[in-house]
Write a protein that binds this ligand. Structure first.
Ligand SMILES: Nc1ncnc2c1ncn2[C@@H]1O[C@H](COP(=O)(O)OP(=O)(O)OP(=O)(O)O)[C@@H](O)[C@H]1O
Ligand SMILES: [Mg+2]
Length: 456
């Protein structure tokens, strides 16, 4: 397990209080800052787990705007950091505003170290827990080795792969470009008894028609001009392993007949050769073409279609996989940031919304390309929608609604806990009427316990 983050940042402009806190929290690795600029610099440099931040910071020491600005900048930079805001005595309103901005908790002056100790300790515990959860969920999101998915349809695909892999059944994988057809084909091979054999792929769209036959079945010396020595075809080299016929929808008709013969009899003849050679391979096919339509149009042999499609696996496009977009994006971001040695931690909220809303016509492959570029382009610790090259306009609207709701729920929870479950007092804290608060509690289904003897 990774080493625990033991860093506490104290942001306090009062020198006396600062050094008092510094000495007090000597069980942590404490760093200090006296204003917004030095606080943000410290977050960049040291990535503290917990921050204890005075809300009244210079230059408007008596006001709090600079304090709010500091919170916003830190949250944007390091969203997982737990900020505990220190406010003036009875300054609930600003404390709640800070919570709504994403601060974790608040504490009111004058400082009473025992209580503060507890709050800080809990913040560290929560930070550890969340870090551990993220680590676990990262490693649990791979239902099949090499396949990142949590969408129910994709999980079904993974179960089919597990079932069909040990058999000799010929599989046909259908899906748009970039949906992971080759990933699934390799997974079938790797889970099969042929895993130690070769996985030989041939892209039927990439080989010129006149070379396809020799590419597939090989040739004898002298079979045609330039055939200077016997050469094995892809089918023969896959003997004992799996043969992946990619883009099978692009195979020319004359070759479809020869392929069918091989699939039925499992023997090949090299070009210019006379003997039949039996080959033992597992065949996996893939295409992004609509084969049924091609059969109807006469461009794909119906008998071949039924022969290769003993088992059809349909890969849904990325836009239809619920929850997978951001899951894949996080996985890929981690991968590329690691490869490029960039200390990028995650996506900004606008990037998350943009990733969710974008249609991804090029599917996973497009996401790979966009994120590779974003990792190189990003300036800060977070990738923004602009870094990925995605528009934010409508994405932001949806996102803003979510942010507002989250903020409201957090503020209401906090108010209820501060008021010890007394709804009238909580409503007063929030500056709304009691019926309004009840409505909100119902709307967001907030659980809380009312005191047994309410005082009013
Ligand atoms: N579920 C997934 N988890 C992780 N990586 C994936 C997943 N699906 C696809 N990829 C990655 O996306 C890229 C495209 O996948 P792949 O080549 O298998 O797609 P394809 O359907 O064969 O595309 P094409 O039709 O363009 O050939 C690959 O780099 C692959 O590693
Ligand atoms: Mg492919």
């Amino acid at each position: 397990m990774a080493e625990k983050n033991n860093t506490l940042l104290i942001v306090e402009d009062d020198r006396g209080l600062r050094s008092q806190l510094l000495w007090h929290f000597d069980q942590y690795h404490v760093i200090t800052a006296e204003d917004r600029a030095s606080a943000v610099a410290a977050v960049r440099k040291e990535q503290p787990a917990v921050i204890l931040q005075d809300l009244g910071l210079p230059p408007d020491d008596e006001g709090v705007e600079e304090g709010f600005r500091t919170i916003k900048e830190i949250i944007a930079l390091a969203p997982t950091t737990k900020i505990i805001v220190v406010t003036g005595y009875h300054d609930y309103e600003n404390a709640l505003r800070a919570i709504a901005l994403g601060a974790y908790d608040f504490y009111q002056k004058p400082v009473e170290t025992n209580t503060l100790d507890l709050i800080v300790q809990r913040a560290f515990q929560l930070y550890d827990l969340e870090t551990e959860n993220r680590r676990l969920s990262d490693s649990h999101n791979s239902p099949l080795s090499g396949v990142i998915a949590s969408d129910p349809q994709m999980l079904r695909v993974c179960r089919v792969v597990e079932k069909v892999a040990p058999t000799a059944v010929t599989c046909l994988i259908l899906g748009e470009s970039g949906t992971g057809k080759e990933v699934i084909a390799r997974a079938i091979h790797n889970l099969s008894p042929r895993a130690s054999g070769r996985f030989v792929a041939i892209n039927c769209a990439a080989v010129p028609e006149n070379l396809m036959e020799s590419e597939l079945f090989g040739y004898e010396k002298g079979a045609f001009t330039g055939a200077s020595k016997r050469t094995l075809g892809k089918v023969e080299t896959a003997n004992g392993g799996s043969l992946f016929l990619d883009e099978i929808g692009d195979m020319p008709l004359p070759l479809q007949a020869k392929l069918l013969r091989f699939l039925q009899e499992r023997v090949i003849e090299r070009l210019g050769g006379r003997e039949e050679i039996s080959v033992d391979v597992r065949v996996i096919c893939a295409t992004n073409k609509d084969l049924e339509k091609m059969v109807a149009a006469g461009t794909f042999r119906e008998d071949l279609y039924y022969r290769i499609g003993e088992l059809v696996i349909n890969l849904p496009p990325l836009r239809e996989r619920s929850g997978d977009k951001i899951l894949l994006a996080r996985f890929l971001l981690k991968k590329y940031a690691g490869e490029q040695h960039r200390p990028i931690l995650g996506f900004s909220p606008d990037a998350v919304a943009a990733i969710e809303n974008y249609e991804w016509p090029g599917n996973v492959r497009e996401m790979e390309n966009k994120l590779k570029r974003a990792v190189i382009m990003a300036e800060g610790k977070q990738i923004s929608a602009a870094d990925i090259g995605l528009a934010t306009c409508d994405a932001l609207a949806i996102n803003l609604r979510q942010i507002r709701q989250d903020a409201e729920v957090a503020a209401i929870r906090k108010a209820l806990s501060v008021a010890d479950g007394n709804v009238s007092n909580a409503a007063r804290l929030l500056g709304i009427t009691r019926p309004t608060l009840y409505d909100l509690i119902k709307k967001y289904e907030i659980q809380f316990t009312e005191p047994e003897n309410p005082k009013d």
